[in-house]
Each structure stands twice: as structure tokens, then as C-alpha cells.
Ligand binder design. Sequence first.
Ligand SMILES: *[C@@H]1O[C@H](CO)[C@@H](O)[C@H](O)[C@H]1NC(C)=O
Ligand SMILES: *[C@@H]1O[C@H](CO)[C@@H](O)[C@H](O)[C@H]1NC(C)=O
Ligand SMILES: *[C@@H]1O[C@H](CO)[C@@H](O)[C@H](O)[C@H]1NC(C)=O
Ligand SMILES: *[C@@H]1O[C@H](CO)[C@@H](O)[C@H](O)[C@H]1NC(C)=O
Ligand SMILES: *[C@@H]1O[C@H](CO)[C@@H](O)[C@H](O)[C@H]1NC(C)=O
Ligand SMILES: *[C@@H]1O[C@H](CO)[C@@H](O)[C@H](O)[C@H]1NC(C)=O
Ligand SMILES: *[C@@H]1O[C@H](CO)[C@@H](O)[C@H](O)[C@H]1NC(C)=O
Ligand SMILES: *[C@@H]1O[C@H](CO)[C@@H](O)[C@H](O)[C@H]1NC(C)=O
Ligand SMILES: *[C@@H]1O[C@H](CO)[C@@H](O)[C@H](O)[C@H]1NC(C)=O
Length: 778
Amino acid sequence: MAFRVCLGVTLLLFVWSTAKCDDIPEGVLDMECCDRFLMIAVNLSFTGNEPRFNAVDGTGVYPITKQYAAVCGYSISVLPLQGHVELQASYFSCHTGNKDDKVFTFNFNLIATHEGKLVTYALNKACSPVLPWSPREVTCETNYMEVSVRREVTCPSETKEANWQAAPQTTYASNASDWQVTLHGDGEKLMPINPSKAHKQGYVIHLTDGRLVFRTPYGQPDSLSTEVNGVPVEVVRATLFSRQRWIILIVDLVAACSMDEGSYDDRGYMVWETPEVMHPLGSGLHMTQVNIGLNGELEEQRVAVERGYIVEKHNTTLQTSIPYNAPGGYRKSFVSGNLYEFYVFDLYLEQISVDEDKVETRLRFHRTLATPLLPRPVFTANRTVLEERTFTIYLGDVPEDVELAAVNLNGQEHTVPFTNESSRAITNVVYPNNTHGYTLKVPFDDPDVIQQYSREDAVLYYRLDINYTLTVLPENELYYHLASIEALFTDVYPPSLDAACSESGISFKLDHRPFGYLWELRVGSDPLTSELAAQHGYIMSNDSRSLLLNVPLFTHGYKYKDVTLKGFSGTFEVIVWDREASEFQSSAFTTCLFSAPELIMCSADGMMTVVADLSLAIPRGGIPARTNLIDKNCGPREADDTRALFSFPINSCGSLVKLGKENVTYQNEIFYGKNKVVSGHAERTTIQCTYPLASLYRLFSVYKFESDTAGIGSIIHTKQPAAALQSPTIKSTAAPAATALPVSFRPAVHLPEPYVKVSRFQVEQWNEDDGNGRILAK
Ligand SMILES: *[C@@H]1O[C@H](CO)[C@@H](O)[C@H](O)[C@H]1NC(C)=O
Ligand SMILES: *[C@@H]1O[C@H](CO)[C@@H](O)[C@H](O)[C@H]1NC(C)=O
Ligand SMILES: *[C@@H]1O[C@H](CO)[C@@H](O)[C@H](O)[C@H]1NC(C)=O
Ligand SMILES: *[C@@H]1O[C@H](CO)[C@@H](O)[C@H](O)[C@H]1NC(C)=O
Ligand SMILES: *[C@@H]1O[C@H](CO)[C@@H](O)[C@H](O)[C@H]1NC(C)=O
Ligand SMILES: *[C@@H]1O[C@H](CO)[C@@H](O)[C@H](O)[C@H]1NC(C)=O
Ligand SMILES: *[C@@H]1O[C@H](CO)[C@@H](O)[C@H](O)[C@H]1NC(C)=O
Ligand SMILES: *[C@@H]1O[C@H](CO)[C@@H](O)[C@H](O)[C@H]1NC(C)=O
Ligand SMILES: *[C@@H]1O[C@H](CO)[C@@H](O)[C@H](O)[C@H]1NC(C)=O
């Protein structure tokens, strides 16, 4: 059932006229015969926002305007919260068929707007209320008051005592036009008028088979607004006269209703008051029963207690209290700076009283009550667990008609749900108490998280300022909620590497610490990755606990110093780079002493340093100290029994330069004695350094040699005299006796264009000659 339930018994009513509303889809319309009125509810999304109703009877079609409704016993309310429009029609309403006050037939037209067109639907219903009519009934509707009394009355007991035996019972005249009515205004002179004149003034006097009905809208000129025990009351008193031959009948009718608008108390109840007796004419009444309910339905006592409804009598005032969140009420969120909510109830109250003759008066109130705006704060709770390295923040108590539309994380707006693949997440949890909550997770290393590291204090600080955008549905009113969350870690130190020397190189060890990801290890300007390690021949192993890096001697990145025949020092540096600040943090560098029987180093600044074993290259009895290079003035810097150490600028000492397509080779040779042509000994010793052309700043500069990288050197021991010098390509591996330790470096960066152009131009020219390049003597 889409709308409301009237008392179960009404469902048993027999319906003799089937509603003709074929065009109205299932579930859109609800028609219920209630105790004292017919209720029609139609879904607003079907009717459009301004539905209209016409009352139809044999005499015509009558548009139910606001004013007409109050006069004729109809009330129409558009209830956007409930999503429907309601028409309530009194059984005594103007255009309702009445058979013996038992069967009432209603015919209405509903005029709805569909796609800009007006469409009329016929709504027909017949009701036979089972609740018997009390001798006196007063209905305080939202827009009118209606009194009905039984036409057949027993004379009051005093009259009986006075022995008016002639007419212990009598019936009112059957024709309304036989009556005159006097309305008791505020002390005005009373002038009787006939019912049709009264109707023009908004009063309806109407006779049915068994009852006399009087109805008046609120706020009529003749109505009296007063206060009874501090409760506002509106009263209309009418006296009706009828002369039937020799009898004059006088009926005094009082329509009196509490006009209390209800108040909200600090216990969380909506309180509504009505005086037990609203007019002196009712002073002989004793209240026997009060029934209460919401939405036109009276509840059983048990249910009323269960739902927390309270009815109390304070002196002579009846006080009704309904918990603000009682089922049957409607709640709505509202933004006015802050987030608020309010509740709306349709209170239905019945008060039954009897006079001393046990004649019953039934009084019914229909009142719409609304709480004031009540603060409805949402809250955020910090549910971060530091070990997860993720901010977890919960936004709770979000009312069901409020939705999270976006979150702003440190100034970055993200609509919800998150569209992009990322490690941040938001989840929604719905609770049975009609609230829901959102859990937001943002990892500390998310780009939106503010991260600060203080080197001095070794403290790492994360912060996330959140601005939640909440939308109140359906009008999409926006509300912002702010939260700020931070996390702090102390004792956060940059990685520290242990280094150890070995015969073949240097090894580094790093024990992983939390937040190690803040830093990056670098060799030169290159981040240390497994790809880089593979490229340069480093041996790296890394697991969750530690990283081991073994850097073999003569691999990329070494710096050498103090080369003597005894040995030399090699230095390797691993840089700890601060990712966030993008700056150098610290470095681990170690210098180890190495020794090698032979070696050649081609430095980036153009020095060739060679330790060569010359035992097979010099004649028996000769000493290495007497060797020299192509330029015989270039002798060894140091020599012992078998080896000599030369160190000279590559383009001096008679070096030959061989230009290839991509690289340039400087070549020299070690001779024994003054003669260039040596005979009688077994071996020639060629020494050479090769540099990639791309890394050279300037070729053949007499004054300065500059390269990005060190060159690749080789010491070539050949049995065949001069073979190597004439070979167009020179490879260290070509020499079977090569014992050199090649020092290989690769260019880290390519040269800026201008430098390359100069050298390329020259290379291409020379290449034209023989296609392979050639050796130029200097
Ligand atoms: C009214 O109709 C709309 C759309 O058909 C539906 O979503 C809504 O639940 C209905 N409202 C009620 C109160 O039944
Ligand atoms: C009621 O009064 C009207 C006008 O005075 C008259 O035409 C009509 O016949 C009367 N009806 C009855 C039932 O007396
Ligand atoms: C009842 O009325 C008396 C006298 O008017 C007053 O003193 C008392 O406070 C009232 N009690 C309540 C509960 O309103
Ligand atoms: C999704 O990612 C793209 C590219 O990374 C970015 O341009 C876009 O702004 C992101 N959208 C949202 C909603 O975060
Ligand atoms: C609703 O229920 C949830 C879960 O039980 C609770 O955390 C929250 O405080 C409740 N909210 C209200 C407004 O009662
Ligand atoms: C939260 O976001 C809204 C919309 O972007 C903005 O108007 C408001 O100023 C923000 N609040 C704060 C404190 O930044
Ligand atoms: C939030 O929780 C984390 C982890 O328990 C805590 O370190 C932090 O101080 C808390 N408070 C705020 C305001 O972020
Ligand atoms: C080594 O492993 C750790 C943890 O598994 C990882 O965080 C780190 O990035 C790795 N380092 C390198 C250089 O691969
Ligand atoms: C010199 O360049 C050639 C290509 O022209 C290349 O194959 C060779 O490996 C290079 N030599 C060295 C030592 O880099």
C-alpha cells in the first residue's frame, strides 16, 4: 500500500460503484474510506505539481478551489515529502450522495498535467462507514469546522422532570429552507438569516436523513478567537430556529476547535494542546476516551503506547505528545548555514465525552504539526591506523536524504564515487536507523596528502584537509563539512648504507627502514634500479628486509686515484636522494685499495694511465724503466722488474688517432730502447683508449680534452709486429695475450647538439675516404 492505511475494518466495505479510472496506472492512486471521510491520494510524479480536483454530482461540475473546499467540506494538500497530493472529503461534503447516512457516493475529476497537456480522470467511490454516528460530532479539519447532530433528540432530563410529556422526542423539519440561523458574532446584534444567505457567507446548513450539519471555514467574520487556559481556540456559535405549526425548535450549535500549532519540547516531543472544554455550552461534558494516531488513522491504545505517544491531562488541558521521530511522521533535511532537519506529522485525535444523560459527543482533530529546524550534525571520526600508512576517516550520521557528492582533498576536488584507478577509496555503509556513513581511505603516499619531513627532528608529518560536499535531495542543496587529519612519525632517518671492500670491488648493504620510500638511491644521476644494475653489471639483490649491492671493480661509476705499480684506490659513491625535496640528502662512498698486474685507464679529462707487464716485450736483460712511447721522450713514470707505469694525455706522446663512425681511438705503443723498429723480442705492446664520439666535447683540441665519460682502454700484446696498427678496427679481444682489465664506461647523457655537429661533420668527411675511417698521425 503506497500511502496510508485507514482502520482495517474500512477494508470490508462493500463497493457498489467501481472506480472509473482505467487510465490511471496501478499504484498511482489510492482511495480509502475512513471513519469520517474519504481519502484520495495520488502520486505527485503522476499528476504534475499542480493537480486539480472537481467535485461532480447530478447538478454539475464544481472546481474545488481553496475557498470552495473550506466551505464544502473538502481539503486538498500537496505533500512533497510524502510524494503525493491528498484530497479528503467529509461524508457530508456538498456534492456527496447520501443514502440514509449509511452509504456515501463520491464523484471527482482529477485534472493532471502530462507533457504539457491537461488530462481528466474520473474518480468514483462509495463508502459505508461502519463506525456509528454519535448524537453529536465535531470535526476540526485543517481548513474547516463541521458539526453534525442527530435530528431526533431526546429532550433533556430537566424537561422530562418538568413533565413535557407531549413531546419527549421530536424530529427537525425536513426542509432546510424552513430554518433560520443566527450567528453569534462578537457581541453584534443578532439578525436571523436563511440558509441560502448563510451559504453565501460561507456557512453551510444541511439536513440529511438523520442529521443536521453545520460547517464553517476558519477565520469567518462571525468566528470568535479566544484563549481557554492559555490555548488558542476558535469558536463559531450558531442558533437555528424552525417553526413547525405550533412548535418552535431551537438548536444551538457550537463549532469550537483548538488552534494550537504545537510546540517542540526539549524531551524531543512535539506537543499539542486542546482545552478539555472549549465553550461554556460544553461545560457539562465529561471526557471518557481519547484516541490518537497519525495520518487519519487512530491507533489502538497498545500501539499508541508502543509508539511513545503520550496523552496527559493538565488541569483541564489535554496535552498530546508525539516523539519527533515517531513512525508515520516525515523527516526532511535542510541546509541553512548548518545542516538541519525537521519532522512533519499529520496528527489525528479523537476525544469522546458524554453529558449527564450519557449522550455522546465525538470530537475529531486533524492537525499538521511541524517541528522547528533541529540541528542535525554529521560527524567525522579518525579511524587511522598508523601501521596501514593510510588515512581512514569516517563521516557518520549522514541522513538518508543526504548524499556525498564530492570530496576536496587538500584543495584537489574529486567527485564521488572516485572514477580514476587509484589507491584512494570511499565506501558507503547504510544503517537501520536511516542514517549512513562514508569511509574514506587515502594512503599517506597519495599525491594529495601533504607530507613534510624535518631533517633536524627526524620527524615525518602527513596531513589531509578534507572538505566534503554533501547534497540534500531532492533539491540538491549543498552542505560542506570540513575535517582535518594528520599523522606524525618520529625517528624517521634516511637510509644508511654499510660498505665493504673486497678484492674484486665494493659491496653495499642497506637494511630497509619504514619510510625508506621517501628516499631514492642513485649512482651519479641515475636512480638505482634493477635495470640500471643489469646494464652496468652491478650485482643487486633486494628483499623486504635489505638490499645488497655489489659493484665489481672497473664498472661504471668508479673513480680511481693514486695509481702506482703497487696499487690504486677506487671510490664508488651511492647517493641518497630526497624524493620530496628533490635534492641530495647524503651519500655513502667508500674508497678501497686495489691492485692489478696490468691496467689501463682512460679518464674523461683525457689521461691515459697504463700499468703494463712488459716481461715478454723487452729483450732479455732489459729493464722496463728504459721503455718509452711512440714519442721517445715519453718514458714511464714508474717501473719495476717487469712492469712500467705510463700516464700521459691521450693526444700527446705521439698517439695515433683513429676515427670510427661512432667512436675515436687513441693509440700508442710501448717500445724498448730508442728505435722505433724493434726486433729480436717477442711481443709488441699496444695501448689504446676509445671514446664514443657522442660524448666528446671537442675533438683534437690540443689544449684540452673533455669527455662525458671515461674511455674504454685496452692493452694489446701482439706476437705479429705492427699488425694491430694497420688493422682498420682494433678490438681488445683480438689480442690473444690481452691481460688488460678493460675499464668500460658508457655515456650517461648525450651531448648537446652543437658539440655533436662539429665532430659529426669531421667524421663524415674522413669516412668518405675509405669508409672505415683511418688513423691519422699527429
Ligand atoms: C510515485 O511514483 C514514482 C515514480 O513512478 C515512484 O518512484 C514513487 O515511489 C511513487 N511514490 C509513492 C509515494 O508511491
Ligand atoms: C421545502 O421548501 C421549498 C421552498 O420553500 C419547497 O419548494 C419544498 O417543497 C419544500 N420541501 C419539503 C419536503 O417540504
Ligand atoms: C492547575 O491549575 C492551578 C490553578 O490554576 C495551577 O496552580 C497549577 O499550576 C495548574 N497545574 C498544571 C499542571 O497546569
Ligand atoms: C583522472 O586522471 C586523469 C589523468 O591522470 C586526470 O586528468 C583527471 O583529472 C582525473 N580525474 C579525476 C576525477 O580525478
Ligand atoms: C545510527 O546507527 C549507527 C550504527 O549503529 C550509529 O553509529 C549512529 O550513531 C546512529 N545514528 C543516530 C543518529 O542514531
Ligand atoms: C569547501 O568547499 C566549498 C566549495 O568548493 C567552498 O565554497 C568552501 O569555502 C570550502 N570550505 C573551506 C573551509 O575551504
Ligand atoms: C588520528 O589518528 C592517528 C592514528 O591513531 C593519530 O596519530 C592522530 O593523532 C589522530 N588525530 C588526528 C587529529 O589526526
Ligand atoms: C627494494 O625492496 C623494497 C621492499 O621490497 C622496495 O620498496 C624498494 O623499492 C626496492 N628497491 C630497489 C632499488 O629495487
Ligand atoms: C666503436 O664503434 C663501432 C661502431 O662503429 C662499435 O661497433 C664499437 O663497439 C665501438 N667500439 C668501442 C670500443 O666502443
